[in-house]
Design a protein around this ligand. Structure first.
Ligand SMILES: Cc1cc2nc3c(=O)[nH]c(=O)nc-3n(C[C@H](O)[C@H](O)[C@H](O)COP(=O)(O)OP(=O)(O)OC[C@H]3O[C@@H](n4cnc5c(N)ncnc54)[C@H](O)[C@@H]3O)c2cc1C
Length: 338
């Protein structure tokens, strides 16, 4: 296990905010994970599990506890399934799968992050989510101090949710994930923006490799690379509506998508209509092409983010009556076991 002290959270997260973390422990074996929690317990310090930091935001005062990171890597094939250690970079997993002509995660190409974080918020994009192919995860249960296997059904997946970020938040450390992929191709119709790209570019290759290329091109055109432009990806969640709410929204001519996962309004559209497209708010640029993304251009503190967030939420609520909810997690000293 690698032990680091006083590391800036801004250097560990793609939004590039946050003061020092007292300890950052990088675990290279499952035993390291048990030891890391033992270390925190010995000194009575709170813990926070971090991956690549693409969906996590730090506070100015830092974290007076122990950040634990999964650095275990490797992809193995067992009984037609892929077992992936949680420290693998997610996009390498997608690249590995499409190279083997396996379908199921190709639309999740280029999502920044580590494999261990993928089930936490049930990553999703362009019509796929990890819940579609995940069969089980191996975890360390920090409450009972045991290693366990949790099956998909126990994870209670829904849009950007699982037990890992709701009812059992801060309990489990994901050691590995197992996916069941299949040979073949995604079936049509594809997600709207993929279909649009296909007709504009006359694409004909819908193999996993072909879809990976299309999704990568769409993303490169509209989403900022977090290594060049700090962001946490979508800063707000989309709005999901009941059938009655969807009908009411359609009566007001709001664009409602009725998909297999429910009725939704793209929150980026709400933010654009509220007049924020391309605007600079307290050091955060509302991304021109995908208004859900806030780019940290010159913000110095968490307070800048709080002000920008409040302005956007208030204006969208005044105009449309919907409350936007933040997607990224925060590393906080108070009530870390929320
Ligand atoms: C430019 C950009 C584009 C993005 N696009 C998408 C997208 O299309 N779809 C999408 O769903 N997301 C997207 N995201 C968000 C982000 O990429 C995903 O949420 C990703 O899974 C985060 O992985 P991470 O390793 O960075 O997690 P982190 O930000 O480090 O952690 C996220 C959460 O997972 C927990 N966690 C991390 N590792 C573990 C572990 N081993 N065990 C237990 N808990 C853990 C953390 O405690 C935290 O609560 C985007 C982000 C960026 C910056």
């Amino acid at each position: 296990m690698r032990v680091n002290e006083n590391i800036l959270i801004s250097s560990l997260t793609t939004m590039r905010l946050g003061g020092p973390a007292r300890y950052v422990l990088e675990t290279e074996t499952p035993e390291d994970v048990a030891d890391a929690y033992g270390f925190a317990e010995q000194f009575n310090l709170p813990t926070f599990v971090l991956g690549y930091g693409a969906n996590t935001i730090g506070h100015d005062e830092g974290f007076k506890g122990v950040i634990i990171i999964n650095r275990m890597q490797g992809i193995t094939e067992e009984n037609g399934k892929l077992k992936i250690m949680g420290g693998e970079y997610w996009d390498n997993v997608v690249a590995y799968a499409v190279e083997k002509n396996l379908t199921g995660i190709e639309a999740l190409s280029k999502i920044p992050g580590l494999a261990g974080a993928a089930p936490v918020q049930n990553i999703g994009a362009y019509g796929q989510e990890i819940a579609d192919t995940l069969t089980e995860i191996e975890v360390y249960d920090s409450f009972t101090k045991t290693f366990k296997t949790l099956k998909k059904d126990e994870l209670n997946f829904s849009y950007r949710k699982s037990i890992l970020n709701t009812t059992e938040k801060n309990r489990y450390f994901v050691i590995s994930i197992t996916l069941e992929l299949s040979e073949g191709e995604m079936s049509r119709p594809f997600y709207n923006s993929i279909e649009r790209y296909i007709s504009e570019h006359h694409s004909t290759d819908f193999s996993p490799k072909g879809i990976r290329e299309i999704v990568s091109n769409i993303r490169a055109d509209k989403l900022p690379d977090p290594l060049e432009k700090p962001s946490a990806g979508s800063f707000f969640k989309n709005i999901y509506l009941s059938d009655e709410e969807a009908e009411a929204a359609e009566n007001k001519n709001y664009p409602v998508y009725r998909g297999k996962d429910g009725n939704k309004i793209n929150s980026g559209w709400l933010i654009e209509q509220a007049g924020f497209k391309g605007k600079l708010l307290h050091g955060f640029r509302v991304n021109e092409k995908a208004c859900l993304v806030l780019i940290n251009e010159s913000a110095k503190s968490y307070d800048d983010l709080r002000k920008a967030r409040e302005e956007i939420i208030a204006k969208v609520y005044d105009k449309f009556g919907y409350w936007l909810k933040q997607e990224p997690e925060e590393i906080q000293n108070e009530n870390p076991r929320r």
